[in-house]
Unconditional design. Structure first.
Length: 300
């Protein structure tokens, strides 16, 4: 993911921000005691670098999704941003995924960027009806706002989310959304009123988007690592602690999307993260299983 990418991370402060004070009101409204579900995934399954790591060498391209879903429980599904798939394609993917898997599709750019949520009813209907074919395999949709979409346009967003028919999370990018102003606070409250989640992005070059404001019982995190730099492990440790607190306070669905510049390293990061979740939070998230290669393969 290019958003927030920097070439030199030496001077980046990767400290986890304090929990957002407005979360207390949300936590007080949520039921406690449920077993939380933490879905962990990557932004693609058709990744050749996964071969010989979690995909067998002889796996065919049309088998990748099945192998992916054996190792991960969700996917940040970005292709819907560019085009709405055909119904038969959606159903084909559904057949290949293992039970319990969740597709998390990005809202099309025609809605988020071209129309910027105005006069987008027809496209939204087509998108919603199509991805609803995933049925129980559908996770949360996420809408990435344009970088220019500032709080002075909040009414457009609020009107749009009020009529969105499926589980939804919003990713804010304009810096003013993360300032302590009345408009942004009111908008986050409207998300909470409509049970719409926020997307929290942990990336080196935009520490403001690590805002820690949750607005529903679902948390969506996009974690962008730096190829297993030592700071990646500290950041993941911090996330384990934060999620331990949030899940005890009623957050019962977490979608955690793992990005690395060398994409195969997302597998290693996920293994570390899941083991820490099990150790600290007693949460049994799906653990990717590295292949045990035949030693003879290393000579050919």
């Amino acid at each position: 993911m290019d958003f927030g990418k920097v070439e030199n991370i030496a001077k980046i402060d990767f400290a986890m921000p304090q929990d957002h004070p407005d979360n207390i009101k949300l936590f007080n409204s949520l039921a406690k005691g449920q077993q939380p579900k933490i879905y962990i995934g990557c932004p693609a399954w058709a990744d050749k670098s996964f071969v010989d790591k979690i995909y067998p060498a002889k796996a065919k391209n049309n088998e990748y999704l099945t192998y992916y879903s054996k190792n991960f429980s969700t996917i940040e599904f970005n292709s819907t941003y560019y085009a709405i798939p055909k119904s038969e394609t959606i159903l084909g993917w559904k057949e290949k995924a293992l039970p319990g898997f969740k597709f998390c599709p990005k809202v099309p750019s025609e809605i988020s960027h071209d129309k910027q949520m105005m006069h987008a009813e027809k496209t939204t209907q087509i998108f919603s009806e199509t991805i609803s074919l995933w049925e129980e395999y559908l996770g949360v949709c996420f809408l990435v706002l344009p970088p220019s979409f500032a709080p002075n346009r909040s009414n457009i967003l609020v009107n749009y989310i009020a009529n969105f028919p499926l589980p939804l999370a919003i990713e804010f990018r304009h810096p003013q959304w993360f300032e302590n102003n009345a408009t942004s606070r009111n908008t986050f409250q409207e998300l909470q009123n409509n049970n719409v989640a926020t997307v929290i992005t942990d990336v080196a070059g935009r520490r403001d988007v690590l805002h820690q404001r949750v607005t529903s019982n679902t948390a969506v995190i996009r974690f962008v690592g730096n190829d297993l730099h030592t700071t990646d492990y500290q950041r993941l440790d911090d996330w384990v602690k934060r999620l331990d607190d949030w899940t005890k306070n009623g957050i019962d669905n977490v979608y955690f999307f793992m990005h690395q510049h060398q994409s195969a390293l997302a597998i290693d990061a996920a293994i570390y993260f899941v083991n820490k979740l099990r150790e600290v939070c007693n949460i049994n998230a799906k653990l990717p299983q590295l292949l045990k290669l035949d030693i003879q393969q290393t000579f050919f």
